[in-house]
Design a protein around this ligand. Structure first.
Ligand code: MOS
Length: 787
């Protein structure tokens, strides 16, 4: 077992996650933690922060030098292949591996019948970000909870042998009736009640304000609509994989595809009753996660199980099809009611959501709260129900709750604008709120007005002809639509270690992951600025559970957290250097206060008098010190007095072939307010990628379940459609200037997720403008348009 102390640490981490979490409205309960603001004194010269710096790991990635979880090697490596359930619910009646075991090169077949000992309590399987419930336990017993569930692990000398032998495992089931259709479960959906203490469930809907029903009934103009988002899957390029290296004596090094190495490390220790020192989890590179890698996935448990049983190294790579049980964006039915005055101000907002989760865990986020937060409105009411299905547990997927909740809200706002005969942008401006409407407090910064203005100008919105079907280009109907985006700007406790050597090289380490977003690069930029070194004198180490503490990389919180963490530790390094510099005879910095010097060009320099300087090398050599090592934790004080959010404005042009119904998204302008932008090149790519995903959400993506069998029908990226190059046309990204002196000393908000919010709504609204037809269930395919 993990010691009590570290277990408590996990739970505290989980609570912190929840309290600060997605769409979290539980601000009142946030503990105010002392912030370490020492480094504010040493504002960087910033030659790198804010520049379009190319990825420092770009060369390693394109040359193949960057290794991913399924690529690490070991002598005597064995290979696993998973057998999965073909039924959605019931029990395994018998499992016969005899034929599989006779195949040449076979090592073993593990099932619930012969598996080694595993923990028997729910808490042992509950990872840092687990929702309430009983986490899935791979190979634990004969119960089948979902189709595609792993029920046997075949291990062989070669991957092909394992895969072939897996096809020979015979399984008999006692089947039970299942339900996988959210519409069938709609009336059985369970309401989420607001808990007594928000910390108990920060994702429960917020308290209502005013009297929304009455205000809606009395409103001069009303809109109500039901919006549907199907199950969607993350589909990262890299397959989920774990390579477990048997280091001897029961020690394991686990190369795992994950967004949180320390989360996986604690999980493995607790499930297999291992000592923390015996498990090291590494994930130096990740080919996309998008939320699917926040929780430990089953392949890591199976690979560890096999490595321990066989006492040799084991690799397990899932197939694309198998990855469709690792979590998904929950399907959801949303109802929105908007009541307004004829002048275009809001009187009432009601947002109800029914979202999908499994029978065994209650995953949900705060889909409905965005509606009450964003626009000025005295009356708001929310309801959220869970539809529990015989599917795996749903999970976070890029901008969970906002991508979907704001989709419904922003389509409804467009429909309200039509009812009001008002330009949709003008409606947003009339409802604009400088305060967080749910908690009635100001934002630490809110550049949304600038997003509207700059976005509209870049798009040419003022040339829009309001009437649907009034704009044409040859055979195509042209439509222009817009929407607002919003997301939380979160930050989490984190620790960073810096080792500075006398030759002017710094190694910066933190257990965080780089899930492909460019964390290596921004960490290099920030450290170079803070330490006054060139980029190539900084090396980043991350994705290793033995490094200083980091939360999972998610929620767009790592850029802000780790950057301020680097600043904190850099400050400690600078102070130590100054202490050494003062010991030099006739030191030019003899009476300099720590805050009166900065690090620049490899030197400690007086801020007042640049001629007073001591080089890093001289300061360290004089004291015969060859390395300075500092490790500091950074926390982020939040007294709840300000809301921290990122915002965006989306402007979209679609062209719809009138005869065929084919839709093309020909132009997108995304104007984003996300605080200080660390790297304009990778940030631009982030937003572009998000917009492309938004095109997928609007037009292509849908996981199809055959409800008769409770089985996903299109578990591959040939039949699960995502945008391809031909679907992607002109995308313009604008970052508006949004200084934020309050949120954290560096003014960083993070932008991994904001880019997708509002895209699908803006496209849906543009399609309405082009065709006069309102399709409220995603994806908007041509058959729905022609219906
Ligand atoms: Mo993100 S959905 O927190 O990886």
């Amino acid at each position: 077992m993990v010691s009590d102390i570290s277990r408590r640490g996990v739970l505290q981490g989980a609570v912190a996650l929840g309290t600060l979490g997605y769409g979290g409205q539980a601000y009142a309960d946030r503990a105010a933690i002392a912030v370490q603001k020492d480094y504010q004194a040493s504002k960087p010269m910033t030659p790198y922060i804010g520049t379009p710096t190319s990825r420092v790991d770009g060369r390693a990635k394109v040359t193949g030098a960057a290794k991913y979880a399924g690529e690490f090697n070991a002598t005597g490596l064995a290979y696993g292949s998973v057998v999965t359930s073909s039924i959605a619910k019931g029990r395994i009646a018998r499992i016969d591996a005899s034929e599989a075991l006779r195949v040449d090169g076979m090592l073993d077949v593990f099932t619930h019948q012969n598996r080694p000992r595993m923990a028997s309590t729910d808490s042992a399987y509950r990872d840092d970000v687990a929702p309430e419930g009983s986490p899935f336990r791979p190979l634990y017993d004969d119960r089948i909870l979902f189709s595609g569930q792993p029920i046997a692990l075949v291990v062989a000398e070669e991957p092909e042998i394992a895969r072939f032998a897996a096809s020979l495992v015979r399984v008999g089931y006692d089947e039970e009736a299942h339900v996988t259709d959210v519409y069938r479960q709609r009336n059985e959906a369970i309401p989420l009640e607001a808990p007594a203490k928000p910390a108990e469930n920060p994702f429960a809907p917020p308290k209502p304000r005013g009297a929304a029903e009455k205000a809606f009934a009395a409103a001069e103009v009303r809109h109500q609509g039901e919006y549907y988002v199907p199950i969607e899957h993350h589909n990262p390029m890299e397959m989920y994989a774990s390579t477990v290296i048997w280091d001897g004596g029961g020690k394991l090094t686990v190369y795992d595809k994950t967004q949180g190495v320390q989360n996986v490390q604690r999980y493995v220790c607790s499930v297999f009753d291992m000592k923390p020192d015996d498990v090291r989890v590494m994930s130096p590179f990740m080919g996309g996660g998008f939320g699917s890698g926040l929780r430990p996935q089953y392949q890591v448990a199976l690979a560890v199980l096999a490595a321990r049983a066989l006492e040799r190294s084991v690799r397990l790579v899932l197939t694309r099809q198998q990855m469709y049980v690792l979590g998904y964006r929950p399907a959801m039915i949303q109802r929105i009611e908007l009541g307004a005055k004829a002048g275009g101000t809001l009187d009432a907002i009601t947002h109800e959501a029914i979202t999908v989760t499994s029978k065994y865990e209650a995953f949900h986020r705060q889909e409905t709260a965005w509606s009450g937060l964003l626009y000025k409105c005295a009356n708001a009411k929310y309801a959220h129900k869970l539809a529990r299905l015989d599917l795996p547990t749903s999970c976070d997927m890029r901008c969970p709750s906002a991508a979907t909740g704001v989709y419904a809200l922003e389509c409804a706002m467009d429909e309200l604008a039509v009812a009001l005969k008002l330009d949709p942008l003008e409606l947003r401006l009339r409802c604009y709120s400088d305060r967080d409407q749910n908690a009635d407090r100001p934002y630490s910064s809110k550049g949304l007005r600038d997003c509207y203005r700059q976005g509209a100008e870049a798009f040419g919105w003022d040339k829009r002809i309001p009437q649907p079907r009034s704009m044409r280009d040859g055979n195509d109907l042209v439509g222009w639509g817009m929407a607002t985006g919003i997301w939380e700007a979160l930050q989490m406790p984190i620790a960073v270690r810096i080792v500075l050597s006398a030759n002017g090289h710094a190694e910066v380490s933190c257990a965080t992951s780089d899930i492909g977003t460019g964390t290596y690069t921004i960490m290099t930029q920030v450290a170079a600025d803070m330490l006054g070194l060139p980029l190539d004198s900084v090396t980043i180490k991350l994705g290793d559970s033995t490094l200083p503490q980091s939360p999972v990389e998610g929620g767009s919180w790592i850029a802000a957290s780790v950057s301020n963490g680097i600043a904190t530790t850099s400050d400690a390094v600078r102070k130590e250097l100054l202490r050494l510099a003062k010991q030099m005879p006739n030191s030019p910095l003899a009476d300099a206060a720590p805050d009166a010097v900065v690090l620049a060009d490899g030197k400690l320099v007086s801020k007042r008098d640049a001629s007073r300087a001591v080089s890093i090398a001289d300061a360290m050599r004089h004291s015969a010190v060859d390395r300075i090592e500092q490790e500091k934790s950074t926390t982020f004080a939040d007294d709840g007095s300000h809301a921290h959010n990122t915002h965006s404005a989306l402007f979209v042009e679609v062209k719809v072939d009138e005869q065929l119904g084919v839709i093309r998204v020909t132009r997108v302008v995304s104007a984003v307010a996300a605080g200080r932008i660390l790297n304009t090149k990778t940030a631009h790519s982030q937003i572009m990628g998000s917009v492309v995903w938004g095109i997928g959400m609007a037009l292509h993506e849908e996981t199809l379940v055959d409800h008769k069998f409770g089985r996903i029908m299109n578990a591959n990226i040939a039949e699960y459609h995502v945008p391809v190059n031909a679907d992607v046309h002109d995308i313009k990204v604008i970052f508006v200037d949004e200084p934020d002196e309050i949120i954290n000393p560096l003014g960083i908000k993070g932008l991994g997720e904001i880019g997708i919010v509002g895209v699908a709504a803006a496209i849906a609204n543009a399609i309405y403008h082009a065709t006069g037809k309102r399709v409220r269930d995603l994806p908007i395919t041509l058959d729905k348009l022609q219906r």
